[in-house]
Design a protein around this ligand. Structure first.
Ligand SMILES: Cc1cc2nc3c(=O)[nH]c(=O)nc-3n(C[C@H](O)[C@H](O)[C@H](O)COP(=O)(O)O)c2cc1C
Length: 209
């Protein structure tokens, strides 16, 4: 039995295209793997600690072996809890919207907590960066209002897919399947050919995920 983490990064609920595509994936996956446990969270509902000076002080006190205060230890324990919870899963599913060509700030906040040296990756001069998250299968459903086709003159504006993929790879996650829902602005879900294609592909990917 696998434990699957399904993280949604849109606050738009049933209006969300990325969630609609990821839900289709998860529904199909459930049919193939009915015994798996799927934990669903939305970054907009998660209790994420502010990643500010306090927590950075705690991080550096712990990293540099100076004695952290009790408050610093408590702050850092919360960060460790979030990282360890993430690393404990066997498979990952993400629903990721494009905001201002990149990721929604709440997802970026979550990633800034997660991607810590010694936890999500390790750096040594000999080996460079090594991801410390087990190389589990990942499915990502991206959505964006516009369209950024490969080879087009607007491709360079897409900081969503390359950035998220880079961070997943950086943590050690390399088995990544994706679908992209384009041109969502002004298109109702029911008449989006891009969503329909993404859902069809998502269901195919679910079969062997
Ligand atoms: C704050 C904000 C910023 C956005 N920025 C962009 C953008 O830079 N490029 C784009 O193509 N669409 C942009 N959009 C549109 C979303 O990408 C689009 O609505 C997409 O469907 C969002 O995913 P969701 O439907 O899963 O919420 C933006 C939407 C919001 C709310």
């Amino acid at each position: 039995m696998s434990r699957v983490f399904y993280l949604q990064a849109s606050p738009r609920g049933t209006e969300s295209f990325s969630i609609a595509a990821a839900n289709a994936f998860v529904e199909a996956y459930r049919e193939y793997q009915p015994d798996d446990e799927i934990i669903v969270k939305n970054v907009f509902d998660m209790d994420l600690p502010a990643f500010d000076g306090m927590i950075l002080d705690a991080k550096y006190a712990i990293m540099h072996g100076t004695s952290p205060s009790e408050d610093q230890k408590k702050d850092w324990a919360r960060v460790e809890e979030i990282i360890n919870a993430f690393k404990a899963f066997d498979k990952y599913v993400f629903a990721v919207p494009m905001w201002n060509f990149g990721l929604p700030y709440r997802l970026k906040h979550y990633l800034d907590i997660l991607v810590q040296p010694g936890y999500a990756y390790r750096y040594t001069p000999e080996e460079g960066n090594t991801g410390l998250v087990a190389d589990a299968p990942v499915f990502v459903a991206y959505a964006r209002g516009g369209s950024y086709p490969r080879g087009s003159e607007v491709e360079y504006l897409d900081f969503q897919v390359p950035y998220f993929k880079t961070l997943l790879n950086f943590m050690g996650l390399r088995k990544i399947e994706t679908v992209v829902v384009d041109s969502t602005l002004g298109t109702p879900q029911g008449s989006s050919a891009s969503l329909e294609n993404a859902i069809r592909r998502a269901r195919e990917i679910a079969e062997n995920f």
